[in-house]
Design a protein around this ligand. Structure first.
Ligand code: CTP
Length: 399
């Protein structure tokens, strides 16, 4: 799959740089042509001689010496993709800021090809807000970020921050850049997050949904080539990096219903991951409600069930997926929702399962299909769960 592909490998100063030699060997074994640029500090960790011998190409470090100038523009244009692995904190910050004080950065700024980075750092650096901000900035540039692994770190501590293994980097590259996009040309609608039903100007009825599952699904649909609209309830969006997804922000169940109905006719795939309020106050006070001596109650009325409405209006070629979050009789309730809401799949999360629930980074799901299948999955990160869901949709409806 990588035969004949031109890959520019950038290596920065990090203990993990030794893995870049293995990455280089994997790329060469796959048939890729690889040119390598080191930052000056990377030379402390791997030698240009080793890399030049293996790649059969000159390894570049300096922007210029006394007699020659490295043509970073042509290097950037030569490549089909540029991978920076490992990406140190320092180079990450410089990329986010547009600094240009070495050949690697000059080439990065000149590159017209897709850019992928594999960060490597100690856990505390990895979790620092400035690292998160810088990675978000790279994501908004459209660059792909290969998630770090958990494990033993250069400091001797154990935690997040290890660079992904070379084999995982190769798999990532193949999947993202050299695999046909199965959902290309398909339009997808995803709902995510909670809804807030106002009581008065300062209070609302909400729930604990973080929106992470739906956001991961929107991301995965985009990765598989779909044109995605995400209708998003009120969530903390400071880590949201979805530059290629059309996001419609809503607050209430009624707004989410209207936004869904507005585009439903034109979409091929709908995934309803939002935790929509089932009830909303009948009246919203125009001024803040003041406390009184007596007890207080609010009259609620049912909201419209969006999934049900979409199921009632479903066209033959549309795929409709709902979620069920249950605490008892999980399977019966999930299968009941599949029937009642005319969905093609229901994704069940049980609050009784370890690794599933609100706000967690992981989820554990079972998918019930229209054709009567029950597919059980292990607890995994929400991005991997999103992949399972989209792969299942593809398997049942598009291959
Ligand atoms: N849903 C929706 N609109 C609503 C309520 C729920 O679209 N007003 C969708 C959710 O996004 C989810 C599915 O319906 O995909 C199941 O939601 P859930 O609240 O678990 O089920 P309900 O049908 O509301 O049933 P119950 O509250 O009795 O569990």
């Amino acid at each position: 799959m990588l035969r004949g592909k031109k890959i520019l490998l950038g290596i920065t100063g990090s203990i993990t740089a030794y893995k870049s030699i293995l990455l280089l060997r994997c790329l060469l074994k796959e048939g890729a042509a690889v040119k390598i640029i080191l930052t000056p500090s990377a030379k402390n960790f791997v030698t240009p001689l080793t890399l030049a011998t293996l790649s059969k190409n000159e390894v570049l470090v300096e922007l210029f010496d006394e007699a020659t100038w490295a043509n970073h523009v042509m290097l950037g244009r030569w490549a089909d993709i540029m991978i920076i692995a490992p990406l140190s904190c320092n180079t990450l910050a410089k990329m986010a800021q547009g600094h240009c004080d070495n050949l690697l950065l000059a080439t990065y700024l000149s590159a017209t090809c897709p850019v992928i980075v594999a960060p490597a750092m100690d856990e505390d650096m990895w979790h620092h807000p400035s690292t998160k901000n810088n990675l978000n900035t790279l994501a908004t540039f459209g660059h792909k970020i290969i998630p770090v692994d958990k494990g033993e770190l250069a400091s001797g501590l154990v935690g997040d921050g290890r660079m992904a293994e070379p084999e995982a980097i190769i798999t990532f590259i193949k999947k993202h850049f050299f695999t046909p996009s199965i959902l290309k040309g398909k339009k997808a609608l995803v709902t995510a997050g909670p809804t807030y039903e106002p009581i008065d100007p300062v209070r609302f009825i909400g729930n604990h949904s973080s929106g992470k599952m739906g956001i991961a699904i929107a991301n995965e649909l985009h990765e598989q080539g779909a044109d995605v609209t995400l209708i998003l309830g009120p969530v903390m969006t400071n880590n949201l990096a979805l530059p290629n997804v059309n996001i419609i922000d809503v607050n209430t169940a009624a707004q989410m219903y209207a936004a869904c109905m507005g585009i439903y006719q034109d979409v091929d795939i709908c995934i309803m991951a939002a935790a929509v309020a089932d009830y909303t106050p009948i009246e919203v006070a125009s001024q803040k409600i003041k406390k009184a001596e007596n007890d207080f109650s609010i009259s609620l009325t049912r909201t419209k069930d969006i999934l049900l409405a979409l199921g009632e209006n479903k066209k033959q070629n549309q795929v409709l997926v709902g979620f069920a979050l249950e605490t008892v009789n999980e399977k019966e309730y999930a299968k009941g929702k599949l029937e009642k809401k005319n969905a093609d799949m229901i994704v069940l999360n049980s609050l009784n399962d370890n690794g599933a629930g609100f706000g967690l980074e992981t989820n554990k799901i079972t998918i019930f299909t229209r054709s009567g299948q029950e597919l059980n999955f292990e607890a995994k990160s929400k991005s991997m769960v999103a992949k399972d869901i989209i792969d299942t949709i593809i398997r049942f409806h598009y291959v």
